[in-house]
Structure formats: C-alpha cells, structure tokens
Design a protein around this ligand. Structure first.
Ligand SMILES: NC(=O)c1ccc[n+]([C@@H]2O[C@H](COP(=O)([O-])OP(=O)(O)OC[C@H]3O[C@@H](n4cnc5c(N)ncnc54)[C@H](O)[C@@H]3O)[C@@H](O)[C@H]2O)c1
Ligand SMILES: O=C(O)[C@H](O)COP(=O)(O)O
Length: 532
C-alpha cells in the first residue's frame, strides 16, 4: 500500500480520497513548517502532498529515498526544487486550474479595495471616526488595466476587467493575437503596458525572466498614480522600489497578497496607508481548496496505483485510459534504449527516435523518456522516465524525434539510432498483440527476436561454423542456451546472433569467445523483462 504524507493544510477531502483509493495517508499539516521533523520522516513516504508552506529543497529530496511523487495542491511550484526532484526520478504535479478563478477574484477584489480605500475606510468607520472627507476614490470604469502574464489567472482577470468596462492591455510573450482577440484585450509590449495602464496586475510564474519585473526602472515608465496588484508571487516586485514609489506618490496604491519573504510578519509595506495586504490568500476560498485537494489526491493516487500521470511539471502526461495501451510500448522503448546503452561504450552524441505507423499516434514524449531511461541506465543506475530527459540534456546529448507514416509490414514500430564519435547504431522493435516487445531490426539486419532477461549478442561474418562455435564454447563452460536467433544482411555478409540464456553470461567465457577469429564482438545483455 503506497504511503502519502500531507505536510500542509489541505481540505479533509484529500485525506478521504487517499483512503478510498487504497493509499495510506498521514495528515500532519504543520510538519511542512518544521524542516528537521519533515526531514526525519520523509524517507517513509511514496508521496508528498503540499501547498506553499512546505519547502521541498534538494536536502529534503535527498532524504526522500522512497518518494515517487510530489503533489502541489495549487499552482505555483516555486517551493519545490524541480531539477533536484527530476534528477531523483520524482514526479512533481500540480493542479493548474483548481484555484485560478478564486485567485483572479482576489486580484479584482484588491483592485476595488485600492480604488476605494476600503480597508482604511473600514478601519476608520469601525473606530467611530466617520471620516467621509478623508476617503476619495477613483472609478474603475474606462480605466486601463494592464495584465502582465495572461495565462489561466491573467485571462480570467482580463475578462473580468472587460466586464467592468475597463480597457484591458496584456503583456505575455506566449499570448497569441487570436487569443487576445477572443479575450477582448489588446496584446502589447511591456513598455507600452507600463505607459498606458492605470492599474497593473501581475499573473506570471516566478522565473529567472520574471523575477524583479517591477523594479524602479519599470516603475519610472509607468503613469503617475498607477496602482499595482500582485497576487502572483513575491519576487516579481522589488519591494524596496515599490515602497519608494509609494512614498513619492508615483504609485498611488498597491494591493499585495504575496511577499518576497513568507510568512511575512515584518515588512515595511505594512502600515502604509495606500497599501492593501493579505497573507497569501489568493487561493483561499472553500471552493478552490476543495478543488485542489480533490484533484491532487486523485492525481497522486492515479499515479501511485495505476501509473497514470496528469499535470506533471517534469514528465509527459499519461492518462489512465491510455496507460494500458502505452505500457507495452513504454517497455519496448526502454528495451531498445537498454540494448543500445549496453552495447555502446563511448560517449553518445545524439539520439534519433523514429516513430513509424501506429506508434506516431501514441504519447511519443513518454516513449522518448522511456527510451532515454533505458539508454543511459548502464551509466547511471538510478534513472527513470522522469529523470532521463534531464540527465540526457546534462550530458549534452541531442535528442531528435521523427514521425512517419506506416512504411513496412508492421502496423507500427520504434527505431532508435544512436550516434557516437566513432559510429552510428540502430535498433528497431515493435509489440504484437501479445504485448511483448521484440526486436525486428538490429544493425539494419531484419529478424524477429523476443527480449530475454539474460542474452548474449554477437556480431560476426556470415560464415560456416558460427553456430557450432557458440554451442561448443557455451557447452564446454556449462552455459545453457535456452534459445537462439540469427540474422544477416546477405549471404556471406554481416551477421548477428542473439543467445537466450538462463543466467548471466560468465565473464571468463566472454574472453574466450572474443578471442576467436570468427567473432567480431560479443556483448552480454540484461533486460528487466518483468519490470513495469
Ligand atoms: N496568490 C495566490 O494564492 C496564487 C494562487 C494561484 C496562483 N498564483 C500564482 O499565479 C501564477 C500564475 O498562475 P496561472 O495559473 O495563471 O499560470 P499560467 O501558467 O496559466 O499563466 C502564466 C502566464 O505567464 C506568462 N509568462 C511567462 N513568462 C512571462 C514573462 N516573462 N512575461 C509575461 N508573461 C509571462 C505565460 O506565458 C503564461 O501565460 C502562478 O505561477 C502562481 O505563482 C498565486
Ligand atoms: O500557487 C498557488 O496555487 C497559490 O500561491 C496558492 O498557495 P497556497 O496553496 O499556499 O494558498
């Protein structure tokens, strides 16, 4: 039974779903704030469900020896060291839509709060002051709203702005003109947004490109009296520059839900009259918390129990429906990679993965990840479909995908071609209705060979005596040959042999075989035929 730890506050729905799905769950919502206690316990779990309080650092990941999946009940995953998780083969998934409406509504709420100074006016009225002349607001209608980052949340804010009769301009390098038109917004460059907007709202993730996107230089390009809303991430806005601009009056107000340092208990923004703050409440509604808890528990259970992957940051999605059809081809891709990985001794420069016929309609990203995992496993023992692409990239190996229509007798097949400094190797395989992977071409030589756990692969000239030679040497050394497959490109040309053995081929016998003039090369192979 897989075990999941919930280390941040999540709706009880998540716990119930884990239990119903047969996942053991420990709900310890304060553990995320206690780094040492979390570090001491994390090794016991297959899954970790979090929000933004738990910081999943490289150190925590190193201690998480059994961890397979980190589930973020929410959107931002900047509290997770994703490269470290990927390197360890741990899937990181989030719930990309569960809290977007709620967060968009919070941004709009902050915009209204700023425009009419509602928090200040509320405090003053509660204090019995009746300061009717102190609070003079601004209308929102006909003002320009600048949306930076027009993805899920930004686009909801944009349409709300349109509904409020605002002019909406959006800056997002990935926003298409068609989508902008559909939303009713004008797609503009950042400087134009700065120059035109009366209200600016941020909705980008925190990345190296977006960090400090609002600094003193950016503020200087904005209209006098602009109001800035940040419901995305602290770190997008340079707080000291914002504070200076609020003090000078250049910025008339700021609505801030997220801070450079969180939890934020001390901050110069606190107490400023023209600043409305909330403690990272963007996602905090009953509806959103129900959504994200339910989604993350389902997604994590799907992965831990069925191998289905959805909304993963570091792995292609595999739906529960496609998982059974894909599984044998994942195995095939991995086996093809493993074959080449085991026979290649020099550094690999590039890999081409060709999908032919029916395989082109499959989840080729997942299949490529599987092939790469098989390929580099002989060099890095602890690698899986999550970590393989990152490890291959770190090694500077170029990966290319090619798709083509059915070209031969098979409904479809996968062919892997690997180039090193010395040579190019290729291997192709397919799965028949028995779902078992088989090799159909090695070194350009056609054959039909199943995959065995322990095998010996030899290359030799097509000459009389090879079978006898292999049989004699194996027999003399008590190596039992369970099966045998031969192939050649033409009579008297290049030939290959695949021997199926009951046990790994002994090293000392290998030396004898390699020394024989009829054998060009001999390589023992091992395949995880039973693994998932
Ligand atoms: N305050 C909260 O409680 C709360 C709640 C949910 C999400 N968030 C934050 O909001 C962010 C946005 O969420 P989302 O669901 O809309 O994400 P999203 O991925 O759907 O949208 C982000 C958009 O930002 C754009 N973008 C990326 N780099 C950019 C750049 N340099 N300049 C301009 N645009 C850029 C992307 O193209 C994308 O369209 C999340 O990353 C998260 O950090 C905060
Ligand atoms: O990225 C998110 O989903 C939000 O920042 C919500 O964070 P929270 O789950 O900690 O409220």
């Amino acid at each position: 039974m897989p075990r999941v730890l919930v280390s941040d506050k999540l709706s009880p729905t998540a716990v119930q779903i884990f239990k119903d799905r047969g996942v053991e769950v420990d709900y310890l919502p304060d553990l995320g704030k206690d780094k040492d206690a979390l570090l001491a316990r994390i090794g016991d779990y297959d899954g970790l469900a979090i929000r933004s309080a738990t910081k999943v650092t490289e150190k925590l990941i190193a201690a998480a020896t059994n961890l397979k999946v980190i589930g973020r009940a929410g959107i931002g995953v900047d509290n997770v060291d994703i490269p470290a998780a990927s390197r360890r083969g741990i899937i990181v998934m989030n719930t990309p839509f569960g809290n977007s409406i709620t967060t968009a509504e919070h941004a709009v709420a902050l915009m209204f709060a700023l425009a009419r100074q509602i928090p200040e006016a509320n405090a003053s009225t509660h204090a019995g002051k009746w300061e009717k002349n102190r609070f003079m607001g601004v209308e929102i209608t006909s003002k320009t709203l600048g949306v930076i980052g027009c993805g899920n949340i930004g686009s909801i804010v944009a349409t709300r702005g349109v509904g409020l009769k605002m002019h909406v301009v959006a800056y997002d390098p990935f926003l298409s003109e068609e989508r902008a038109e559909e939303l009713g917004v004008a797609k503009v460059e950042l400087n134009e947004l700065f120059a035109r907007a009366d209200f600016i709202t941020l909705h980008t993730p925190l990345t190296d490109k977006t960090r400090n996107i609002i600094d003193a230089a950016a503020i200087s390009k904005m209209k006098d009296g602009v109001r800035i809303i940040n419901c995305a991430r602290g770190g997008l806005v340079v707080e000291k520059d914002l504070i200076a601009a609020l003090k000078s009056g250049k910025v008339a107000g700021a609505g801030i839900d997220v801070f450079e340092t969180e939890p934020a208990t001390e901050n110069e923004l606190f107490g400023m009259e023209n600043v409305v703050t909330t403690p990272h409440l963007g996602a905090s509604t009953t509806e959103a918390q129900e959504n994200v808890a339910l989604q993350i528990a389902e997604q994590m259970a799907d992965y831990l129990i069925k191998g289905a992957v959805s909304n993963a940051i570091n792995m292609p999605s595999i739906t529960a429906e496609e998982a059974p059809r894909l599984k044998p081809f994942v195995k095939l891709a991995e086996v093809l990679g493993a074959f080449v990985g085991q026979v290649t001794e020099e550094p690999i420069k590039s890999v081409e993965i060709l999908f032919d016929g029916s395989t082109t309609t499959m989840n080729t990203r997942a299949l490529i990840s599987a092939a790469l995992a098989g390929l580099i496993r002989p060099q890095v023992s602890d690698v899986n479909m999550v970590s393989a692409p990152i490890m291959v990239k770190e090694r500077g190996i170029i990966v290319a995908e090619v798709k083509r229509d059915k070209s031969g007798v098979f409904d479809g097949y996968i062919k892997l071609t690997v180039t090193t400094e010395k040579q190019t190797r290729s291997i192709a395989g397919t799965c028949f209705s028995d779902h078992k992977p088989r090799f159909i071409q090695i070194k350009g030589i056609n054959l039909d060979a199943e995959v065995g756990q322990h095998m010996l692969y030899t290359t030799n000239p097509d000459a009389p005596g090879i079978i006898g030679l292999l049989g004699t040497i194996c027999g003399r050394n008590e190596v039992n040959i369970a099966n045998f497959q031969l192939g050649r490109d033409r009579p008297g040309g290049n030939a290959i042999a695949l021997l199926y053995l009951d046990t790994p081929f002994p090293e000392n016998v290998l030396a004898e075989l390699r020394a024989h003039k009829l054998i060009d090369s001999a390589k023992p192979l091992h395949f995880d035929v039973n693994g998932g």
